[in-house]
Design a binder for this molecule. Structure first.
Ligand SMILES: *[C@@H]1O[C@H](CO)[C@@H](O)[C@H](O)[C@H]1NC(C)=O
Ligand SMILES: *[C@@H]1O[C@H](CO)[C@@H](O)[C@H](O)[C@H]1NC(C)=O
Length: 184
């Protein structure tokens, strides 16, 4: 499985549940039958009346793909992969399938969302042949002459920092903290 897909399914946010009486009049909506069901405090801004949701929880349907879209005030558009109303968690991914790229500048400021856990992950830009190191490269950030890896393992960091240039250490919202075995 691609590295960024693993991170994507672990990317999770919690939100605060607010109750308003007008929620009763709002029916459950979705961008298409396979997409997450949208209900309070989320709402589809172009299809439902304002009282159906809460500020900051407005979602859109992409007109060409029918995917559910969340637009964060600073970091822009993400595809909503799932909403767990009981645990108040939201899973998002990059619409262009390069979540690591988006995580490099992820900023939740101005939104009602926060990471459940944060894990520091360091990205490295390497020029060696990675296949002998049993690391999974981040394909969407790599080129023909260089390979990008991400790790939260102290051991992998020590090895990589001696041969690669460090791009940045980012604080990634994850569902639970990874253990040390995760190498990329
Ligand atoms: C999006 O939804 C519309 C209306 O339900 C449908 O006609 C169209 O085929 C869908 N497009 C895609 C890409 O699924
Ligand atoms: C990695 O390094 C190469 C050159 O060594 C550079 O062209 C590329 O932009 C770098 N990639 C990232 C993501 O920093």
């Amino acid at each position: 499985m691609d590295t960024h897909k693993i991170i994507a399914s672990f990317l999770v946010f919690s939100y605060f549940l607010f109750m308003v009486s007008s929620a009763d009049i709002c029916f459950h909506a979705a961008c298409c039958p396979n997409e997450p069901v949208i209900r309070f405090p989320f709402w589809l801004e172009k299809q439902q009346p304002k009282p159906c949701g809460y500020p900051g929880f407005g979602l859109f349907c992409d007109s060409t793909t029918n995917l559910t879209v969340l637009e964060l005030p600073v970091s822009g558009k993400f595809v909503v992969q799932g909403i767990d109303y009981a645990s108040r968690e939201l899973w998002i991914n990059d619409p262009h399938d390069c979540l690591p790229q988006r995580l490099l500048s992820l900023n939740l400021a101005g939104s009602p969302f926060t990471g459940v856990y944060y894990q520091d992950i360091t990205l490295f830009n390497c020029s060696f042949d990675y296949t002998k190191y049993r690391l999974n490269p981040i394909a969407c950030l790599s080129g023909s002459t260089y390979t990008v890896f991400a790790t939260s393992s102290e051991r992998a960091m020590r090895v990589l920092s001696s041969t690669c240039s460090s791009i940045s250490t980012i604080s990634v919202p994850v569902e639970w903290p990874f253990n040390e075995q995760v190498l990329s």
